[in-house]
Design a protein around this ligand. Sequence first.
Ligand code: NAP
Ligand code: MG
Length: 490
Amino acid sequence: MKKNKTPKPLNFSTGWDYAPAPESTDHIKLEKQYDLFIGGKFVKPSGGKYFDTINPATEKKLASIAIAETKDVDKAVQAARKAYDTVWGKMPGAERSKYIFRIARMIQERAREFSVIESMDGGKPIRESRDIDIPLAANHFFYYAGWADKLNYAFPNRKPSSLGVAAQIIPWNFPLLMAAWKIAPALATGNTVVLKPAETTPLTALKLAELIRDSGLPDGVVNIITGAGNTGAAMVGHTGVDKIAFTGSTDVGKLIQKSIAGTNKKLTLELGGKAANIIFEDAPLDQAVEGIINGIFFNQGHVCCAGSRLFIQENVADIVIRKLKQRMETLIIGDPLDKNTDIGAINSKEQLQTILKYIQIGKNEGADIYQSSCSMPAKGFFCKPTLFLNTSQSHRIVQEEIFGPVLTIQTFRTIEEVIEKANNIPYGLSAGVWTDKGSKIFNLTSRLRAGVVWANTYNKFDPTSPFGGYKESGFGREGGLHGLMPYLKF
Ligand code: NAP
Ligand code: MG
């Protein structure tokens, strides 16, 4: 009998060679210039000023974007107020839900266009924008469309009513998805909206404005304005606003909280994070390695809940680190529009500089660095996936949010030790646990001070699950039934 030959192990260290598979851009239409979407129409900014939005993978300009000044913010808030008083605030929930449902359907119909534009403007791989961002954005609208006529069932005997005008400010890491997280529950609860996307990623929000105009939603119910930090500050400071929903950095969140102290404005803050991803010796290690990779390198680490601090139980540390390095070697970094790309472009030059600054800090702090040997595109803002070994709790790279593809690794011996280390951080947004034992999961999930704890998976999102943080990661919840509450009074 012929002896079975043991197959030769794959040589991961050389990486994979795939033929390029770029998504086409023929089907998308971008204007040269985008104005402000106020009262159902695109209007010129009062100061006549515009800024450029670029593609971070090519550094080429995509479009000119209007800068909304205080006057324009006022116009948008007034349009939202008028729509609230005359139409939307009075409309029965069952009617509101039809509009929200229609927006969801239209996003699905134009999903391909939205995903390509999201990847061009923000730098994320097309696989993510196509399979995660855009479908989830549509699903948020579908989900909240279902709640619009059931608010009395969601909160029985509490007579919920809407607040009025919501000012919503979002970051650049999940542009359309964050817009959906904000707009869908606000509309379902009968509020009107003024939304500002981030400076580096305004395009899908502006495409959403076109879609909303085409959907027949009454004028002024959703207004989308663009600009820099000043525009956001003017929205926060406007006396006609009843509710502020902010997702972004902890520093700006603190500024907002201070500036509205003493007013009646309701506030939710979704801020930074520095999640612990914890691997126990009894975890399915190959799955855990995939989870670590997904947790930190997904979207170039531009994820508030990125699993950026890895804790490995001591006796499996060597094997996990070896597997992790092997897997990192297979990651493809490059053109965000290529369907094979795992890691796309860093969102902006400034963010790349911040990440590189932290990599230098890590080296100066004495941690051991490991970067994959992948080839890097010649143009654009890119960063190699990076590990830091031999880090300690006091290192800045362990304590501060880097918001890039940089993972710090520590080991632990006991559950008590890892819980203490994981919680010893100013943030409390999310965490991950990998183990074969349900009892360990329950023990940890009740003691980790984090808004979301994933078990044997990571970065999983669903419109029905609430999301939000503790401590300097903010307060209030988005998603699920909980996500209705910040937009209601009782
Ligand atoms: P950021 O600098 O705080 O900006 C967020 C938004 O606020 C942008 O639209 C920004 O406009 C605007 N803004 C800036 N200064 C403002 C001010 N003084 N008043 C009002 N608005 C102002 O944050 P980022 O760099 O875009 O995003 C990254 C951060 O967001 C990370 O810390 C991340 O953890 C956090 N994040 C948290 C969650 C969560 O759910 N917890 C989700 C995603 C991201 P410009 O773009 O024009 O500056
Ligand atoms: Mg851009």
